[in-house]
Design a protein around this ligand. Structure first.
Ligand code: 4NP
Length: 149
């Protein structure tokens, strides 16, 4: 989950799917993304995110949608990208059980010394998008190892 659902979370969704397939546990899990905001509903991910992701072999075809109450029932984990995102998700959770499913992506970073969140790349250049992908590839592998055993 992120704010716009056009940069970080659609990339996370596809990176997660890809790393889960790497060790054969992809079929057991459903991965989806959504945003807390509603500015870009129905849109494909940001062109810059799609281009940087494609260079690493990820095709981003997700259509932006807003987080809904059902997400907190349907999914086992709701992974947020930064502190503001986590706060907004907590506000949107329909009940305590849903709120307990929220976890920051940074909980899965191997090296949490420099970054404690996935920085919003929207107002950044190429470096920001590459950083998002670097952090997501690291975190998603660790998340996969946690859920797939
Ligand atoms: P995201 O990035 O939360 O990673 O999808 C953003 C995309 C759009 C906006 C903000 C962040 N926006 O303000 O439109």
């Amino acid at each position: 989950m992120c704010l716009g659902n056009i940069c970080r979370s659609p990339a996370a969704e596809e990176v997660m799917r890809s790393v889960a397939e790497e060790n054969g546990c992809g079929k057991k899990w459903e991965f989806d993304s959504a945003g807390t905001g509603r500015y870009h509903i129905g849109s494909l991910p940001d062109d810059r995110m799609r281009i940087h992701a494609r260079r690493r072999g990820y095709e981003l075809t997700h259509r932006c949608r807003q987080v809904c109450g059902e997400d907190f029932r349907h999914f086992d984990l709701i992974v947020g990208m930064d502190a503001s995102n986590i706060l907004n998700l907590r506000r949107m959770a329909p009940d305590i059980e849903g709120e307990e499913k929220i976890i920051p992506m940074s909980a899965f970073f191997s090296l949490a010394t420099r970054y404690d969140h996935v920085p919003d790349p929207y107002y950044e250049g190429a470096e920001g998008f590459e950083l998002v992908l670097d952090l997501l590839e690291d975190a998603c592998r660790n998340l996969r190892d946690t859920i797939c055993g």
